[in-house]
Design a protein. Structure first.
Lengths: 256, 235
């Protein structure tokens, strides 16, 4: 069965490589480097810090968008072209199919992260880039899982993309939103700020703590250590199985 | 993917496409280029609000805002800038990334070039307020503020206040000796030789000066000050 899972993973990766994903990565790298050079011409001091922060944000954001698009469009095509039904008609369980897809997109995520992080080795110390890259890989694996859940449950490209981006933005901003919620002024109607704050806290329980992942300060101020990876790895280890279980749950309920 | 030759495209479309492109180029050429700083500067939103929407990228947002602010006022005369609002932006930028030096540098070295002492004082006072929050990183801008106060504003008491702050706070932080000793020489400039001698003796007795050459130089200076003080007392 492992061979079948690997075959699905390999063809998923191959499909993405043949759809010129790597050209897109190369273009992104070129644009990011040009942007960094442009910033270096503008900044009077802290030029390296400006370039590193810009590259870190742009490359991470690009990787997230690229991966979500690849997963959502690839899976939506799989559903509309009835390829999924064809695969499931073989002696293959739904869980194995999902495992193969997740593995394939996971390989793609690692490849994209590794390529997009290339320029950072010239701007920040190796240890910091290594920690940042490992953290980015975990973040992209979470994005892959999230995109799989969204596309399998919603089945529609636009809706699935919107759901992925909404969840990602919410997960990234949740810590700041919670702080804002706590700072809400208590008016005469004291229940509403407290209720809003509690609601934000409740939503935060269900979202991955993405604000620990691939922090730009690590690249700019070299503040990352081995301890920085602990929450990242723990969160990944908890949330990826959760996403996989949710996607599998939905796939099992789907009637073909 | 095989493509049909371009001759297969209808003739009207072959002509329309370049014409439309030409229309776009003409339109863009006629439109005025964007001008930085054309609208008055509004007050900055609080850092807490920006943190909620920057997806956790406080450092990057702070740096982009600083470049935007710099580009914005680059074409405008600083005299026309509302320094109160400018200060809110510098504060927000620093709050978003407290380790960054750029906003403090801009306050000390760029915005104090305005020929208006009240605006210069606004910038210097902001640096003075922000300095104790991170003396190890921010001391160069405090030193610069003292220099601006002395040489550009001609306000020696203000320069003394700033340099005294560096000296008072420097014990726990890695601040170079020359910055810590600045207030002693400013006291001398102010004609307070007795005060300068007391401050220098306190510095030497504190044991913070470890370099023997520096120590000998300061001891010589202390000797000269004492001689001058004796001479002043005699006359």
């Amino acid at each position: 069965m492992a061979e079948k899972i690997h075959a699905i993973a390999w063809y998923t990766l191959l499909e993405n490589l043949r759809s010129r994903t790597l050209y897109g990565v190369a273009l992104l790298l070129l644009l990011a480097l040009c942007g960094a050079q442009f910033l270096s011409a503008l900044a009077i001091i802290e030029t390296r810090e400006f370039q590193t922060a810009f590259l870190g944000v742009l490359l991470r954001g690009s990787a997230v968008v690229l991966l979500s698009l690849a997963v959502v469009t690839g899976m939506a095509r799989e559903l509309t072209e009835k390829r999924l039904e064809l695969v499931l008609a073989c002696a293959l369980g739904r869980g194995h199919y999902l495992a193969g897809k997740f593995l394939g997109y996971g390989w793609l995520a690692l490849l994209v992260a590794g390529l997009l992080a290339l320029p950072l080795w010239f701007y920040a110390p190796s240890l910091q880039v290594s920690i940042w890259l490992l953290s980015l890989c975990c973040e992209l694996l979470l994005v892959v899982g999230l995109a799989l859940v969204c596309v399998l449950s919603l089945g529609h490209t636009v809706m699935a993309m919107l759901a992925v981006f909404a969840c990602y933005v919410l997960a990234r901003s949740m810590h700041a939103l919670q702080l804002l919620g706590q700072a809400l002024p208590a008016d005469g109607d004291a229940a509403s700020p407290a209720l809003l704050s509690s609601l934000l806290d409740l939503i935060a329980f269900f979202l991955p703590g993405l604000d620990y992942f691939a922090v730009t300060d690590w690249l700019v101020y070299h503040t990352a250590g081995a301890a920085s990876l602990t929450p990242v790895l723990l969160q990944t280890l908890i949330y990826i199985p959760l996403l996989a279980a949710a996607a599998l749950f939905d796939l099992h309920r789907r009637n073909f | 993917m095989q493509q049909r030759p371009w001759r297969q495209v209808p003739a009207w479309l072959r002509w329309t496409l370049p014409l439309l492109l030409l229309a776009q180029l003409t339109w863009h050429g006629l439109a005025s280029s964007p001008a930085a700083g054309s609208a008055p500067l509004a007050s900055a939103p609080p850092a807490a609000g920006l943190r909620a929407v920057d997806l956790g990228e406080h450092t990057a947002l702070s740096k982009l805002l600083m470049l935007w602010l710099q580009a914005r006022d680059g074409n405008a005369a600083w005299g026309a800038l509302d320094y109160g609002r400018l200060l809110t932006w510098l504060q927000t930028i620093l709050d978003l990334d407290p380790r960054a030096q750029y906003s403090l540098m801009a306050a000390a070295r760029i915005y104090t070039f305005v020929p208006d002492s009240s605006r210069q004082r606004l910038m210097l006072d902001w640096i003075y307020q922000e300095f104790p929050r991170d003396p190890a990183r921010r001391w160069p801008w405090m030193v610069h503020a003292a220099i601006v106060a002395k040489h550009r504003l001609g306000d020696l008491p203000l320069a003394l206040k700033y340099s005294q702050t560096i000296s008072d706070i420097s014990g726990k932080w890695a601040i170079p000796g020359w910055a810590r000793q600045m207030h002693i020489f400013l006291l001398q400039d102010a004609g307070d030789n007795a005060g300068a001698a007391v401050a220098l003796r306190a510095l030497l007795e504190s044991g913070t000066v470890s370099n023997p050459v520096e120590k000998r130089f300061l001891e010589d200076e202390l000797g000269k000050m004492r001689e001058r003080n004796t001479g002043d007392a005699g006359s």
